[in-house]
Ligand binder design. Structure first.
Ligand SMILES: Nc1ncnc2c1ncn2[C@@H]1O[C@H](COP(=O)(O)OP(=O)(O)OP(=O)(O)O)[C@@H](O)[C@H]1O
Ligand SMILES: [Mg+2]
Length: 258
């Protein structure tokens, strides 16, 4: 029988998580997933939304013959897989089941097939976001360079040590892998260096991130995958020399190296 939190069999499991909505989790899962796949890694994205966003955003086909298997998406010649949890539990009451399933079945089942498993989290209910925490190796925390983003990071950091203690205790009781501490990567997002408040918030996030990893800020920019909505037609998804592309590429490297 598969256990929660058993060895991840090679895949690095990355949970995208922040205590408030709209900070850029889903966008970052998409961008980092795409960039890791583009550099040759095998990538699985777990999409826990009742209305999955990745197949649409990445221009792939919706639906699959076998709902228990991930859906392969090919974007501008780069392939990555998406497991849509909505196929097993739709609607808000299904979130608990969906997230539990991610943690207890999806990750151990697929971890030997992939180099990276990226788990997006829905905005709420808050407590259920933590269900997959136990199987994560790395937490990626996007936060707008605004007071709301700083508030969200504060809230997460207040709980982080507690989470670590609770998770280690659970793993010991269950005889699960005794994992090292999770790494935590804070990613300042939607940054406009022309605004004083944005510059100040980067400073504050840097202060708070000191014991953890801090990514370079992602500029406020139009969503880069807009063009990929033309199905089956390879379209440029990321202008390689833009600042946003360079920043995202260095964040993908940090995710790979953490
Ligand atoms: N760097 C950025 N520049 C401009 N817009 C951005 C940036 N990052 C994200 N956005 C936009 O902000 C909105 C929220 O982003 P996203 O959906 O990725 O956040 P989320 O954390 O997944 O939200 P939710 O909590 O609702 O799931 C989207 O419209 C997205 O296109
Ligand atoms: Mg989202």
């Amino acid at each position: 029988m598969e256990q929660i939190g058993t060895e991840n069999g090679g895949a690095r499991v990355v949970l995208f998580f922040v205590p408030t909505g709209g900070q850029g989790k889903t966008s970052l899962v998409r961008d980092i997933g795409y960039l890791l796949a583009q550099r040759g890694s095998r990538v699985l994205i777990i999409d826990p939304h009742p209305q999955p966003s990745f197949p649409v955003w990445l221009g792939g086909e919706e639906g699959t013959d076998d709902p228990a298997e991930p859906l392969r998406l090919t974007v501008a010649g780069t392939s990555l897989d998406v497991f849509c949890v909505h196929t097993v539990a739709a609607g808000l009451p299904g979130f608990a089941a969906a997230l539990f399933r991610e943690a207890s079945f999806v990750v151990p089942r697929y971890s030997s097939r992939y180099d990276f498993i990226l788990i997006d989290t829905p905005s709420y209910p808050y407590s259920l976001k933590l269900v997959p925490y136990e199987v994560a190796d790395l937490l990626v925390v996007p936060a707008e360079t605004s007071p709301k983003g700083t508030w969200a990071v504060d809230r997460l950091l207040n709980e982080f040590e507690d989470l670590e203690i609770g998770t280690s205790a659970l793993q010991e009781i269950g005889g699960y892998r005794s994992s090292a501490r999770r790494e935590l990567l804070i990613v300042p997002n939607r940054h406009d260096p022309d605004h004083e408040v944005d510059r100040r918030m980067v400073g504050e996030l840097t202060e708070r991130a000191r014991p953890y990893l801090l990514a370079p800020p992602i500029p406020a920019a139009r969503p880069i995958f807009e063009g990929a909505l033309v199905r089956r037609i390879p379209v440029p998804v990321l202008a390689p020399r833009t600042l946003v592309a360079r920043r995202l590429r260095s964040i993908a490297e940090m995710v790979a190296a953490a």
